[in-house]
Ligand binder design. Structure first.
Ligand code: NI
Length: 285
């Protein structure tokens, strides 16, 4: 079975596990891959959702295929491990969503078998719970872009904490995944913001200016001009023009030997500390 079909085949099972997980608060994944959801599918373990209340579902339970628990941490959609000391890595990041074009973006990323990191607004995450589930299932990383996109440098301490905590709670409630990194709106941060955020702040070193020109060709050409080994590329999945640019951008990155990775993968084996702002794998800002 080709990989895409296999992924679709396990999707309902995994989706059930995620739903179940959010009900029972057992998911403790930190890195966007819902590790615990997988361990809930041990062979012979009966799902509480399938017993008791409805006879039809209870009868269907024995036909659910057993899924063997992994020996160690895994993604729901596994990809080969990438060592960014050996490979030219780049992180594609998308801010301000989800929005109405995000599902199309997920289609493009799935077709290219490429992971991305989504810096979600809490207020938009609430509107697209299915899109969030899909991001987790398909191996993307979820990050926080605060609840409603205020410049944190203009807020009081309690307002900053509220922005961060509200977005994190919404994302965790919807997916079981805690957004382990934060991208402050406008990249605006200062000593007070840094001190209050108990997570790495992830900025960027490649700004496609996609929100300004809305031109797919420019998104790809600016990114290819500025990208370096270890770069973080800033884009916005709320713009259709950006989503349209992604297949060509991925094609050109791969042609030049880049491996697209998540933010956690980009910093794997590196210092990646809370209250510190990173512009790329090699650059603190
Ligand atoms: Ni933003």
């Amino acid at each position: 079975m080709p990989p895409r079909s296999r992924r679709l085949a396990v999707l309902p099972v995994v989706a059930s596990a995620l739903l179940l997980a959010s009900c029972t608060s057992q998911v403790q994944a930190e890195d966007g891959f819902a590790k615990q959801a997988v361990t809930m599918l041990l062979p012979g373990q009966e799902s509480p959702r399938l017993s008791g209340s409805t006879g039809v579902l209870a009868q269907a339970a024995p036909q659910i295929p057993a899924v063997v628990a992994p020996a160690g941490p895994m993604r729901l959609h596994p990809r080969p491990e990438v060592d960014c000391d050996q490979s030219k890595c780049v992180a594609l990041t998308f801010d301000d969503g989800p929005g109405r074009h995000t599902e199309r973006l997920l289609d493009h990323l799935a077709a290219a078998d490429v992971p991305a990191t989504f810096y979600l607004l809490g207020q938009n995450a609430q509107k697209y719970p299915e899109t969030l589930h899909r991001m987790v299932i398909e191996g993307h990383q979820l990050g926080s872009h605060t609840h409603d996109h205020k410049a944190l440098t203009a807020l009081s301490s309690s307002q900053i904490t509220h922005e961060i905590d509200t977005a994190a709670a919404i994302i965790k409630d919807l997916t079981g995944v805690h957004p382990g990194t934060v991208r402050p709106p406008y990249g605006a941060h200062n000593a007070q913001v840094d001190a209050l955020i108990d997570a790495p702040l992830v900025l960027w070193d490649v700004d496609t200016l996609d929100w300004q020109h809305r031109d797919p060709a420019k998104v790809a050409s600016i990114a290819m001009e500025e990208v370096r080994d270890g770069s973080i590329i800033l884009m916005h999945d709320i713009h259709e023009s950006t989503v349209k640019a992604v297949p060509e951008l991925i094609k050109r990155l791969k042609q030049q030997g880049y491996t697209p990775v998540t933010i956690n993968e980009l910093f794997d084996g590196q210092e990646f500390n809370s209250s510190t702002a990173y512009a790329s794998r090699n650059q603190i800002r």
